[in-house]
Design a protein around this ligand. Structure first.
Ligand SMILES: [Zn+2]
Length: 309
């Protein structure tokens, strides 16, 4: 059974006479049978595009729906929970945890060959959410945001230890500390880590706190935190958005390897390789930042057919 994977508005998978559109941020050339939204980050989902795809079933988790369509303006939404299997437009779709941000899902379906789309994912045990399982696949469409060996991150326990120690030193010295994180993702992980593990009550910027409430709605325990709008009070332990210009804020992102704390909601390079090996895959399509170098590495070093999207 042939499976075609290409880009048009998002990632398109054609198999078994059906056309799936994954994480659209633009209008595709041809109308899909199903749209799948893996999670609510803006590089995976654009509400205006989803509105334009009228009448097409749009599969997403309940939490993703709350984040991208809080006023329920989208039509044909099929809201699902991780672990469920649903039939949509004649396709049996399985959705699984992706461990990336609240509501993030992986997709698996069978069209003669088993196709898996990871979306953005994380395999590690963290203070928030459950990790992504590795899914068996014939064809794997995988996130390669950190698909370069430079982005091999320390294990979570070591990162957590370093953050907690930095926070405790700041508290002992009576000085403030701001950790800069993504509004949806590491913002909530840091809220929980500071509150539940470092035992401080962090000041969390309002946009991050908004997302905290969605995590809490879906059962995630983040502990106690205070909310600030413009600037946290002097001397506070704070979580601010990466996009803010807070002076002296320590960046917590995978891109901060070597200059900050490489805490990411994505899988780092070694976990990407683990996924490839354990999935038993025959063909790979890599997407996002390091797609080309990751695809080259996989075909060169592992002898697996691999392409960049
Ligand atoms: Zn993401």
């Amino acid at each position: 059974m042939s499976v075609r994977v290409y880009r048009s508005g998002g990632i398109v998978v054609e198999a078994g006479g059906k056309r799936l559109l994954l994480d659209p941020t633009g209008i595709p050339d041809r109308k899909p049978d199903v749209v799948f939204v893996s999670h609510a980050h803006s590089d995976h989902c654009r509400p205006s595009v989803l509105r334009a795809l009228k009448g097409v079933p749009k599969v997403m988790s309940h939490a993703t729906r709350d984040l991208v369509d809080p006023r329920r303006r989208l039509d044909s939404v099929v809201a699902v929970n991780a672990g469920e299997e649903v039939e949509v437009a004649g396709l049996q779709l399985e959705v699984h945890e992706a461990g990336h941000v609240i509501g993030s899902l992986q997709l698996r379906f069978d069209a003669g060959a088993t196709v898996v789309y990871t979306g953005d994912f994380n395999l590690e045990r963290r203070v928030v959410m459950r990790p992504a399982p590795v899914l068996k696949a014939d064809v794997l469409v995988i996130d390669a945001t950190y698909g370069h060996h430079r982005y091999t991150f320390p294990p979570r326990p070591l990162l957590y230890k370093a953050i907690v120690q930095t926070v405790r030193e700041a508290v002992e010295e009576g000085r403030g500390l701001a950790l800069a994180a993504r509004t949806l993702g590491t913002g909530q992980e840091l809220t929980a880590l500071l509150s539940l593990v470092a035992k401080v009550v962090p000041f969390v910027e309002e946009k991050i706190a908004e997302k905290n409430r969605i995590y809490e709605k879906y059962g995630e325990v983040l502990g106690e935190y205070a909310v600030h709008s413009l600037r946290p009070p002097r001397g506070a332990i704070a979580v601010v958005p990466l996009s803010s210009d807070h002076p002296g804020a320590v960046p917590c992102t995978g891109w901060a390897v070597g200059r900050g704390i490489p805490l990411s909601s994505h899988a780092g390079f070694s976990d990407l390789l683990r996924y490839v090996v354990e999935s038993g895959v025959a063909t790979i399509y890599a997407f996002s930042s390091f797609a080309s170098s990751f695809a080259s590495y996989i075909s060169r070093e592992m002898g697996i057919e691999a392409y960049a999207l």
